[in-house]
Design a binder for this molecule. Structure first.
Ligand SMILES: [Zn+2]
Length: 274
């Protein structure tokens, strides 16, 4: 693995893993009613930056054993109307909209009956918008087609917006942010014939969000938005700043378990300092 993804990545993983072990010893754990949203990008065999389908299936099996697995709609509804939950909840989310979602992740999600939300960058699907250059380590992976997106939606996967151009919203004007939110929502609703209510910020760190984005999301009819800020969500979490836990290709099953159970939540403090 070190040969494929680079020694610095593996070194950093080791440091974070040790800190997580310490943090868990301090009592970090998920509680009933809390929601952890997992942030995936790519599921594909033998691709350096993608989680393998076998590992993805093992990760979902762990979730099934330990967590309630509601949709985002379901989690919000339960908080407002339902009885108290007996277990913590987990939700699988994917960013960008890579074709390998259709080929590898979707069949496993269906087989194991695990809900998921897929945040799609509409300009990436359409092509010719220069989005690829902003996808970092995933820039060579092809996008889903509209036919595939229709099929996964029909198969129960929730679709959200991940902008049209994958812009850095923290460095965009309010007019550009509004354009990203409006344009991607309109295209998705037009293509899929469904209301698009959820959003994920490109990159999703604090500096990528933009001061006026939450108000613009609300004004454009979005109900909630996911960041990449680390941690769990509770009934009192800001709906336009939902936290997530990033799952990487180089995570072992133990890393995955530690991440979903709260061990890596200390990274939030690090994110706030940057
Ligand atoms: Zn993205």
């Amino acid at each position: 693995m070190a040969d494929r993804v680079g020694k610095p990545v593996i070194f950093r993983q080791g440091v974070k893993r040790s800190a997580a072990a310490l943090y868990r010893r301090l009592g970090a754990a998920r509680k009933p009613g809390e929601l952890v949203i997992l942030n995936y990008h790519s599921i594909q065999p033998e691709e350096a930056f993608s989680t393998s389908p076998e590992m993805f299936a093992r990760q979902l099996e762990y979730l099934i054993e330990r967590f309630d697995l509601p949709s985002l709609d379901g989690w919000f509804e339960r908080h407002e109307l339902g009885p108290p939950a007996a277990r913590p909840a987990a939700l699988v989310s994917f960013d960008d909209g890579f074709e390998n979602f259709f080929e590898f992740a979707f069949p496993i999600l269906q087989r194991l009956k695990v809900p998921a939300v897929l945040f799609v960058t509409t300009g990436f699907v359409i092509g010719g918008c220069g989005v690829e250059a902003r996808l970092g380590m995933y820039r060579d992976l092809p996008p889903l087609s509209w036919a595939q997106l229709k099929e996964v939606r029909a198969g129960g996967i929730a679709i959200g917006s991940h902008t049209h151009w994958h812009r850095h919203l923290g460095q965009s004007t309010p007019a550009q942010v509004a354009e990203e939110l409006r344009c991607s929502k309109m295209i998705l609703e037009d293509q899929l014939g469904a209301s698009i209510n959820y959003f994920a910020y490109p990159w999703g760190q604090r500096q990528h969000i933009g001061r006026e984005t939450a108000a613009l999301l609300q004004a454009n009819g979005y109900w909630a938005a996911c960041s990449a800020l680390w941690g769990k969500n509770t009934a009192s979490t800001n709906r336009y700043l939902l936290r997530r836990v990033r799952i990487d290709a180089w995570d072992t099953l133990e890393d995955f378990q530690a991440k979903v159970e709260g061990g890596w939540d200390y990274l939030w403090y690090y994110q706030m300092l940057r």
